[in-house]
Design a protein around this ligand. Structure first.
Ligand SMILES: O=C(O)CCC(=O)C(=O)O
Ligand SMILES: [Fe+2]
Length: 353
């Protein structure tokens, strides 16, 4: 599988991920929902990959999933993801919202080809990395919070999403509905993320946040900050929920510099937090730590700090460098590096060149 795709590095989709807004670097093998699954340019390679994956699916994966999860139906999405040195290295903590049961097959070995990799978390801050070896497979339901952080080396994976229908027509809102009504905060948060309307989403998040689930508090804070549904943006209320979330461990668990270096995007989140509290020097230091560790979002913020001279010295060359590095990860940074190079705004660069 890898060999087929290594020969065609540009056949990977480079659109934007719904979880973290980074470039996806995924190759869709089949999908009920994604238009990209029908892109004619890649059809020959897709067919080759289907020939490899279908027998594995039929003989190994489906029997296991159906035995373990009797309600599971068809695979409605199947894709390869890659995490290469100069591309995305992380996939933020998330739930697979369109998935009833998810399967991830590692195509490389932890400790040999890469460090870090697939992790699971309870949403209370800590991350448990699973040292998957090539061919090792994780099967989980979508109430499992998980993500990817490749610290060194390169990693490829094959991921599949099953629904609980045979024609991929499931209504994801019904999954965990009962548990949500029974006040399970994880189910409530998932229910919010699968809600049909913003108001519905707002209400479920509010309940889960009030129940004390730090991850929901983070999302509810975000909803208040952005002003979801008919609610006007309320930054002070948002800040209070971020604080509760942090105290619950969602961000605070990463408060020491050492752990920031160990973890995923915490430099970025902690930096944002310090920025909100007007501690600009502290925020810049946290962004710097995150950026040096490869967090795209922290690189962008650090670029802004250098560009505008907040929290420390102004340095347009360093700003440009960080935006350029971050451009591998975030669209915002791509745009910023474009602006930095546009001579209208930054004549010094033209002079320097
Ligand atoms: O690459 C992986 O191991 C998992 C990717 C993932 O979680 C996802 O695509 O939703
Ligand atoms: Fe996932």
């Amino acid at each position: 599988m890898k060999r087929l795709l290594e020969d065609a590095p540009d056949d990977f989709d480079e659109d934007i991920d719904g979880v973290d807004k980074m470039i996806t670097y995924e190759f869709i093998i089949s999908s009920a929902g994604a238009q990209k699954a029908h892109d004619p340019v890649r059809s020959a390679r897709r067919a080759q990959l289907r020939r490899i994956t279908e027998p594995i699916l039929r003989e190994r994966i489906q029997p296991f999933v159906w035995a373990r999860y009797p309600k599971a139906g068809a695979v409605c999405h199947s894709m390869i993801r890659r995490y290469l040195e100069r591309e995305r290295r992380t996939h933020d903590t998330h739930w697979d919202i369109p998935s009833y049961v998810s399967v991830v097959v590692s195509l490389d070995s932890s400790g040999q080809d890469f460090e870090g990799g697939f992790f699971v978390t309870t949403g209370n801050g800590e991350k448990s990395f699973i040292p998957l070896q090539r061919g090792d497979t994780v099967v989980h339901q979508s109430d499992l919070l998980h993500g990817v952080h490749v610290r060194h080396g390169e990693r490829w994976s094959w991921a599949m999403w099953f629904q609980d229908s045979w024609d991929c027509s499931s209504r994801a809102e019904s999954w965990w509905q009962q548990e949500a009504e029974a006040r399970d905060p994880v189910a409530q948060t998932l229910r919010a993320m699968r809600a049909a309307t913003q108001q519905e989403s707002y209400s479920w998040l509010q309940e889960a946040a009030q129940a004390g689930f730090p991850r929901a508090q983070l999302y509810f804070g975000k909803a208040l900050e952005d002003g979801l549904a008919h609610h006007a943006p309320d930054p002070p209320a948002a800040a209070a929920w971020f604080e509760r979330s942090r105290l619950g461990g969602e961000i605070d668990a990463c408060a020491s510099a050492e752990i920031v270096v160990e973890a995923g995007l915490e430099g970025y989140f902690l930096g944002l937090w310090e920025q909100k509290r007007k501690n600009l020097t502290g925020a810049r230091q946290l962004f710097e730590e995150g950026a040096r560790f490869g967090e795209g979002k922290a690189m962008t913020e650090l670029g802004v700090a250098y560009r505008d001279g907040w929290g420390g010295a102004k340095d347009l060359d360093l700003a440009t460098q960080w935006f350029e590095r971050a451009a591998d990860f975030t669209v915002e940074a791509m745009h910023q590096s474009y602006l930095m190079y546009s001579q209208v705004r930054w004549p010094h660069l033209e002079r320097a060149s």
